[in-house]
Design a protein around this ligand. Structure first.
Ligand code: PFF
Length: 467
């Protein structure tokens, strides 16, 4: 039985851990893809405007709920308001689902890091390398389980000596690596077969210049919805993670400063990821080279690295090490949230709960890792795509549950307990809650509507209803 509730040692430990959770594959493979797809600078401007209004509102809410109730989601919502415990259970289910596949993705990234360290970078650039790897029934399982085991060891060590220590060590290093690769990306130059020379700086322009050609109202709406769903996935909100991390923050820490830092860190890394990936892909493959998700990271980028020659092996190694750091600190936050909730439900100690959950998730990760071989399925999803096990889990948690949970929690805060409940926590030590007015307008009016529209869109209902 754990007598004393765990804490982060101070503000810095908290922001590093929270930034560690926020910065993940979403920043690396989803943000750059969306920028390239949604009009470059246009997406950037919309995203930035949303970070400081909408993202800030959700992040402040989650963290304040955690610190004020000193509980994880499953108990926190019921403590906030009697009768709302169901929202806690729903929120708890999101990391429970995400955990089944997050370590599998971490395993893929680890495999690629090994590829670059063992000098197989040419092989990784072959067209069928990625498919060959994930459809094998052995390698993805081995690497997935390894990633899961490392995550479990860190969570087992506890909040301060495990999570905080690892985050403080890895996050600055991650930032350094990504800055270095981004700068390198800008120096690239390549002469295509038709004689045209493309440079990294031209690629940077493609990234930054707002492209509004042919933009329609519905086009703008879809950019807005993309930016919104990216934002709350990226900030790890509406999945109980920031509630749990918030519950470990000491009362004297200034939440306003911490939240600013987390927002800036997460957005900066996303921006740098774009600055690193878009010019590199542009120089070697033109804009058509930009794929989404796993395709970008595991197929397009290895090709780009191969074209860089010897330097590519080093850049590839640096990139995948950086990606391991990003994924590991996110994976830790998912497992920690499940552990913290279970400790509260079962009144059990950290070590016992972590051990039991590790066994369960080693099994779950193995099953998901086999989703492209032994357990291959093709399931049509409501948003029109066809998914394997991993995509199904991702769809249920991110597209279906998260907007729904965010909508209910904004209604709970905005209309049931009232924004003052959160504001009081933000001003606990007499701090100045700078964006108080923005917060009130967002939480009461704009966020619930935006979340409702996003929910309709990601479930495919929006197109069904409005064509
Ligand atoms: N915020 C992380 C990212 O942007 O990649 C993603 C993430 C972390 C999602 C943790 C879910 C999660 F539980």
């Amino acid at each position: 039985m754990e007598k004393k509730k765990s804490n982060f040692s101070g503000g810095l430990g908290f922001v590093m851990a929270a930034a560690g959770s926020a910065v993940g594959v979403g920043n690396l493979w989803r943000f750059p893809y969306l920028v390239a797809k949604d009009g470059g600078g246009l997406f950037l401007i919309i995203y930035l405007a949303l970070v400081v209004t909408f993202g800030f509102t959700l992040l402040a809410s989650d963290i304040a709920i955690g610190r004020k109730t000193k509980q994880s989601s499953i108990k926190a919502y019921g403590t906030m308001k009697k009768g709302w415990g169901f929202l806690g259970i729903l929120t708890f289910l999101v990391p429970v689902i995400i955990m089944t596949y997050y370590a599998v993705i971490g395993g893929w990234i680890t495999r690629y890091a090994v590829v670059y360290f063992t000098g197989e970078s040419k092989a990784a650039a072959q067209d069928d390398f990625f498919t060959g790897f994930i459809t094998s029934p052995v390698m993805p399982v081995v690497f997935g389980l390894l990633f899961m085991a490392v995550t479990a060891v860190i969570v087992y060590c506890g909040v301060e000596s495990g999570i905080e220590r690892v985050s403080k060590a890895l996050m600055p290093f991650l930032l350094l690596l990504i800055v270095a690769i981004a700068i390198f990306s800008l120096t690239l130059e390549h002469k295509a077969e038709d004689g045209t020379v493309r440079t990294g700086i031209q690629g940077l322009m493609v990234y930054l210049k707002p492209d509004v050609s042919g933009l329609t109202v519905s086009g703008f709406m879809s950019v807005l919805l993309d930016a919104m769903s990216q934002l709350f996935f990226s900030l790890s909100v509406s999945m109980g993670i920031m509630i749990t991390y918030g519950s470990y923050v000491k009362p004297e820490v200034d939440l306003n400063r911490s939240i600013n830092f987390i927002e800036i860190f997460d957005t900066l890394v996303a921006f740098l990821a774009g600055m690193m990936i878009i010019p590199a892909v542009y120089v070697f493959s033109g804009v058509e080279g930009m794929g989404a998700g796993p395709g970008l990271m595991f197929v397009s980028l290895p090709k780009v690295f191969a074209r860089m020659g010897v330097a590519g092996t080093f850049v590839g190694a640096a990139f995948f090490i950086m990606a391991i750091f990003a994924t590991l600190t996110s994976c830790i936050s998912v497992l920690e949230t499940i552990v913290a909730n279970c400790m509260e439900i079962f009144h059990a100690g950290r070590k016992k709960v972590t051990l039991v959950l590790t066994v369960i998730y080693l099994a779950a990760s193995a099953i998901i890792a086999l989703g492209y071989s032994l357990f291959y399925v093709e399931v049509p999803l409501p948003n029109g795509s066809v998914g394997q096990l991993l995509d199904i889990m991702d769809y249920i948690s991110n597209s279906f549950m998260m907007p729904f949970i965010a909508m209910l929690s904004t209604i709970l805060i905005g209309w049931v307990v009232g924004p003052k409940w959160i504001i009081d926590e933000m001003e606990r030590n007499g701090e100045h809650f700078g964006r108080k007015k923005v917060y009130i307008v967002m939480i009461k009016f704009i966020a619930p509507i935006m979340m409702f529209v996003l929910f309709l869109q990601s479930t495919g209902l929006l197109t069904k209803l409005f064509g």
